[in-house]
Design a protein around this ligand. Structure first.
Ligand code: FAD
Ligand code: NA7
Length: 456
């Protein structure tokens, strides 16, 4: 008889992976613990549940979402496919390799809707505070029911933190920025390129957000896009209209000065300067303290808080792999909570973490990073019965994707890849990505073939 209680914070892809992992056992007739998942939004999907809101939500909570209109997958879908629920099973036909956000949201929901997992989720419920009682070895969780405006408490034996880490902006200051006359925002509040049409746009940062928001604004009619980097430029061959400059030194009215001595006037600034791992509901002794990287310190197997493994973190790494990594983690976490996976001693766990951190320190470039996260996934797959998938082939796809982007940042989303789960070759989208201004699921799924073929 499993009479433990499991609390899950967040019903994004990571929290849903945890629910699915337990459901997979239940399907086999195995009794599972009592589970409650708390989600502060009114629906599941985390980042993939688009919100038009910025700032605070309906109930005054910080808005979680950082995704925007016209967001298309930034990597091949074949690299994130659930190994127990293929794209073929969901869409019943091959689709392209880079679907837009609503299509991926639909895919995530398809798997979870196959079970009764929604019953475990309390929506519109914010986890306000967590404490651990050493005498009972249980977590006390303080919750706010946002709709009824009531605070209450519950206790759990295990707590899974799946609250995401791309939500709280890292917002640096630059001298003079307070007098910049145009709009200044963080990527977290970016909801679409429309407002920057015909504008001269400055993006500070040189990672995924800068690249994607820059290309999107270019596609949707910005007059010019300038990216400013602190360490390294993205370094692809940019089309005319997009360029990279080194770091901003200061602002002077509408004029921005860069460290190479150049200066230029801009209409608006978007800080694509990343996010903070922020857990306002956790006391410092339980809190994961890390920058955005591929191996946050102090979590064994990237999951179990080393000082107290009853506290589980999912999806806290920087991500090449996403949905399939969250699954691989959730299955391992599940087995520990079920008592079928034993963890080594704290010292042994520390040694394992150090071993991975040393490998992490030795990485030199993006190709090494892909290999690193692939090795991490393989390590996890050995620990549970999550359906195996060909990680080596996925790693090859990631490397090709990096190459595709270098070759042409505007057309890489027109490429197709082959699923390692089903062997299905993706089809080309009916419209080239640069010409496709509609990201709706309806239009995406309407035709299977290129539009010219349909009309000829
Ligand atoms: P999230 O999706 O962030 O979900 C966390 C959930 O926890 C949210 O629903 C939130 O409301 C809830 N929560 C947080 N705090 C509390 C609390 N105190 N109480 C209750 N609930 C709480 N990945 C890809 O694979 N492909 C992409 O193309 C891609 N594009 C991205 C673009 C952007 C702009 C961003 C920000 C991320 C992108 N990602 C992409 C990565 C994305 O973060 C992951 O795909 C995935 O959403 C992470 O899942 P998660 O469940 O760990 O976190
Ligand atoms: P990332 O990938 O964490 O990147 C943050 C970027 O911001 C990176 O280029 C940093 O430069 C830059 N940064 C951070 N602080 C500063 C300051 N003070 N000045 C200038 N530049 C700075 O975050 P993203 O938002 O791009 O991506 C996060 C997720 O969103 C990702 O998974 C995507 O799928 C979407 P650095 O290289 O550290 O010098």
């Amino acid at each position: 008889m499993n009479n433990k209680r499991v609390g899950i914070i967040g019903a994004g892809p990571s929290g849903l992976a945890q629910l699915r992992a337990f459901e997979a056992l239940k399907d086999k007739g195995i009794e599972i613990p009592e589970i409650v998942c708390f989600e502060k939004q009114d629906n599941w999907g985390g980042m993939w549940n688009y919100s038009w809101r910025t700032g605070v939500g309906k109930y005054g909570e910080p808005v979680h979402g950082s995704m925007y209109k016209y967001l298309w997958s930034n990597g091949p879908k074949e690299c994130l496919e659930f190994s127990d629920y293929s794209f073929d099973e969901h869409f019943k036909k091959p689709i392209s390799s880079y679907p837009p956000r609503p299509v991926l949201f639909d895919y995530i929901q398809g798997r979870i809707k196959k079970s009764n997992a929604r019953e475990y989720i309390r929506f519109n419920t914010t986890v306000r505070w967590v404490s651990f009682d050493e005498s009972t070895k249980r977590f006390k969780v303080v919750l706010d029911d946002l709709k009824s405006n009531e605070t209450y408490e519950e206790e759990f034996d295990y707590l899974v933190t799946a609250s995401g880490h791309f939500s709280t902006p890292n917002m640096p200051h630059f001298d003079g920025i307070e007098d910049f006359p145009g709009h200044v925002m963080h990527a977290h509040d970016f909801r679409g390129a429309d407002q920057f049409k015909n504008q001269k746009l400055l993006l500070i940062g040189s990672s995924y957000s800068a690249e994607d928001i820059g290309v999107q604004c270019f596609k949707h009619g910005a007059e010019s896009v300038t990216l400013s980097y602190r360490s390294n430029p993205i370094g692809v061959e940019w089309p005319e209209g997009i360029k990279e400059l080194p770091l901003v030194t200061h602002f002077d009215g509408p004029t921005v000065h860069f460290s190479n001595g150049e200066s230029e006037d801009f209409d608006a600034v978007v800080m694509c300067t990343g996010y903070q791992h922020k857990f306002p509901f956790l006391p410092s002794e339980l809190r994961l303290k890390t920058k955005n990287n591929l191996y946050p310190d102090n979590i064994y197997k990237g999951i179990f808080f080393n000082d107290n493994p009853q506290l589980i973190y999912l999806g806290m790494q920087d991500q090449y792999y996403t949905f399939n990594m969250f699954d691989a983690q959730a299955w391992v976490a599940r087995d520990y909570m079920m008592g079928t996976l034993e963890l080594p001693s704290k010292e042994e766990r520390r040694k394992d973490i150090d071993h991975w951190l040393a490998k992490h320190d030795a990485m030199e470039d993006a190709l090494d990073s892909v290999d690193f996260q692939s090795a991490y996934i393989k390590d996890l797959l050995e620990l549970s019965d999550y359906p195996d998938f060909n990680v080596d082939k996925v790693a090859v796809m990631f490397k090709e994707w990096l190459q595709d982007k270098e070759e042409n940042i505007l057309t890489y989303r027109d490429k197709t890849y082959k699923s390692v789960v089903t062997g299905t070759e993706a089809v080309e989208h009916h419209t080239e990505w640069m010409d496709e201004l509609d990201d709706s699921k309806e239009r995406y799924l309407k035709f299977n073939k290129k539009v010219e073929e349909l009309t000829s």
